[in-house]
Design a protein around this ligand. Structure first.
Ligand SMILES: *Cc1c(COP(=O)(O)O)cnc(C)c1O
Length: 354
């Protein structure tokens, strides 16, 4: 750290991304990327002619991308904002809806970025413990006066909250914003998007990083009442007006327009998930019920940290959090069938004492 670091920056709590080591070729099951390439339509959209246009700024309004997203979700373009990943959208939302005397509440076990962003904006963060079984009790949030953030499905557990519970939260206090982070919703959870027209205090964030195979393209978006979206744009235009680059605007629109490819990828992940859950349960693992493209699994014979380390030695990366309540678990991204077979073979050898 330099002697120039501000006290504000000193108080930050930076998020630790999943490791991306380059010392060998790993089977990467640690950051919930898709095992599939983007839609062929994305490749077609990124023509040489479009690359040549990189000397021009991108469209700050993201008009074509927002229109494509709005069309896909049955909303108007004014209900959509796109971002450089949904992490950026979440930051806009924290800045727009929280501040002095208005903090944010989220689960004790959830996406680590909420904590990091709350610190970035100097917000008071209320961490609400999940139940013993890692389910979320909506009762615990009903009377919280600030912004509520719920990842649905949750990370790293993969577990869901019923839409009826979100509805209760929205109705309990129409003066409070509820952010539902649906980064993983396409893998089998019920979405809150149909509630967007009904509730002016609901913001749903989604991403193309997982179900649309564009993690490296950095395209996320939020859906909400047009006034909420206008608030987010106010923050965006105070921070980075050209937040989505030209190529990602094209890639995102092409990805969202290829519904058949998207559905096929999601189906393959769900099938591989079912296969993997069964395979691990047969090997004595406890696996939480997942609606995401990862599972949260606890081996019965070795500690979670040891599983993580020994898989890594053999070229398979999973995510392990050295954190109370979840230290016994590993979060394992659902990859291709070949990758999941390699995982279970490696686990068999490891459990056999090799
Ligand atoms: C991956 C993820 C995101 C956002 O990812 P981006 O790549 O920034 O779009 C948001 N929320 C959760 C819970 C995630 O796991």
């Amino acid at each position: 750290m330099s002697r120039f670091l501000s006290p504000e920056a000193l108080r930050l709590d930076p998020y630790t991304p999943g490791e991306q080591p380059r010392d060998q070729q790993y089977i990467k099951l640690n950051t919930n990327e898709s095992p599939f390439p983007p839609s062929p339509k994305v490749l077609e959209a990124l023509s040489r002619a479009e690359v040549e246009k990189l000397y021009l700024y991108s469209d700050p309004t993201c008009a074509a991308l927002n229109a494509a997203i709005a069309g896909r979700y049955g909303l108007d373009p004014e209900n959509v904002i796109s971002g450089n990943g949904s992490d950026e959208i979440l930051a806009f939302a924290f800045r727009a809806f929280c501040g002095e005397g208005k903090g944010a509440a989220f689960a004790d076990i959830t996406y680590g970025f909420y904590e990091a962003q709350a610190a970035l904006f100097g917000l008071e963060a209320k961490r609400v413990p999940l139940r013993e079984d890692f389910s979320l009790s909506v009762e615990d949030y009903l009377d919280f006066p600030g912004t509520v953030v719920i990842a649905n499905p949750n990370a790293p557990t993969g577990m869901t909250v019923p839409v009826s519970d979100v509805r209760r939260l929205l109705e309990r206090d129409p003066e409070r914003v509820v952010i539902v982070d649906e980064a993983y919703v396409d893998f089998g959870a019920e979405s809150c998007v149909p509630l967007v027209r009904e509730y002016g205090n609901l913001l749903v964030t989604q991403t193309m990083s997982k179900s649309r195979s564009l993690a490296g393209g950095r395209v996320g978006f939020a859906l909400g009442d047009r006034e909420l979206i206008a608030d987010l744009n106010r923050v965006k235009y105070s921070f980075n007006p050209y937040n989505v680059n030209r190529l990602s605007l094209l890639a995102g629109a092409a990805a969202v327009e290829d519904e058949a490819y998207f559905q096929a990828c999601c189906r393959a992940v769900r099938e591989n998930r079912a296969w993997t859950v069964e395979a691990l349960e047969r090997r004595g693992f406890t696996v939480l019920p997942s609606s995401a493209n990862f599972i949260f699994a606890k081996p019965d014979r070795i500690p979670g940290g040891e599983l993580y380390r020994r898989l890594k030695e053999k070229g398979i990366l999973v995510r392990w959090f050295d954190k109370d309540r979840i230290r016994d678990f590993c979060r394992i991204t659902i990859g291709s069938r070949e990758q999941m077979e390699a995982l279970t073979e490696r686990i068999d050898r490891l459990l056999a004492g090799e």
